[in-house]
Ligand binder design. Structure first.
Ligand code: SF4
Length: 138
């Protein structure tokens, strides 16, 4: 009897041990998420696409007006109003000449101001004038 009783007492205990052992094997591995698969793409990582080039500045782009104190303006005798040209200092000045009818003027027809390559990034007055004036071809 002692042996049978002892056997019966051991069966549930061993079952519990087995169940615990099985649950330990399945527990963490079953609950752990599978690692993310590595990207299968054979393509190397691409660098970011280069930003589109800034559009070239158009000749009619706006900019600050040339100031009378601008060193280039002083050197070229630029004035915002051709009527104010110092005609003694600039004897080559011809009445009626101004930036609007100068070949270097890049403003659109009828504009009050526009770019001039002699004053990069700035605008000259259409009614202005400087010693570098070159009559626009008709
Ligand atoms: Fe005006 Fe011509 Fe002189 Fe430029 S070069 S400032 S457009 S007169």
């Amino acid at each position: 009897m002692t042996t049978r009783r002892r056997f019966l007492m051991m069966v549930p205990a061993s079952g519990a041990v087995l169940a615990a052992a099985c649950s330990k094997q399945e527990g963490p591995t079953a609950a752990a998420p599978a690692p993310a698969p590595a990207p299968a793409s054979a393509e190397p990582p691409t660098a970011a696409a280069p930003a589109p080039a800034a559009p070239a500045e158009s000749p009619s782009a706006s900019g600050p007006m040339v100031e009378a104190t601008d060193p280039t303006a002083v050197a070229l005798g630029y004035v915002a109003l051709a009527a104010n040209v110092d005609k003694i200092k600039h004897a080559n000045f011809v009445e009626g000449s101004n930036c609007a009818n100068c070949s270097l003027y890049q403003g659109s027809a009828g504009s009050e101001a526009g770019p001039c390559p002699l004053f990069a990034g700035k605008q000259v007055a259409a009614a202005g004038w400087c010693a570098s004036y070159v009559k626009k071809a008709a």
